[in-house]
Design a protein around this ligand. Sequence first.
Ligand SMILES: [Zn+2]
Ligand SMILES: [Zn+2]
Length: 252
Amino acid sequence: MPPPLNITGQKLGSLLVIRKASNAPRGGEWLCRCDCGREEIFPARRLPYTEGNLKRSDVAKACSVCTHTRVCKVCGKNFFSRTVRACCSDECRNKLTRKIQLKHYHEVKKVKFPDLHTLKRQKIKADPTKLEKLKAYEKARAKKRWVKIKTDEVLHSKENKKSREWYAANAERVNEERRRYFIAMTPEEYLAHRTKAKRYYEYYINKMKETDPEKYKEFIRKKKENCREYKRRMALSKLTALSNTLLKRSKK
Ligand SMILES: [Zn+2]
Ligand SMILES: [Zn+2]
């Protein structure tokens, strides 16, 4: 019969053995204190005082809280989980999955099939129901993004700057396209566009009047100036037309 086990005072990993807690079979149970200060009772077979115990899958090198405390791969927060998990929450899990999928898409799928996206889009465009679904999805996504930008001031200014830069680079092309679009309109379409534009204009003006009265005053002043200039030009063009007709008559 082997002598009774005594491991009191031994340091096993992060655990310091304090005393025997009970006389259970196979070496008894031992009260240990972890480096974090928590105390816990472990059966002797789980403590790594022999080579054989060290190889066990359930070997205890620290208290259960310390061993099951994991670091989230996404946000870096500590969290408790008995099973092996990479993330602290479903939100982080989704982020990680998205990251892995994107990486796979750019490194494997896009290299293998360079025109994958175009082909997919062509396939969807051929099916009206799928196209409708895609359009609704894209609209909802754009709206969600816009709401996010509108509520975040820093993001809003950043996005504004970006769009201004883009417009400066593409102004000519955009204006040409816009002109062509207006010319191709039927009178009813043009009227609908006008009413919509007027509604937006009124909304914008009212908002400006409430939030920035100085800017509103300046805007009205400029508008009146433009109006005067327009009237002047119209009168001038009428005069020149009249003079031309008079000249023609005198030549006859
Ligand atoms: Zn601990
Ligand atoms: Zn997390």
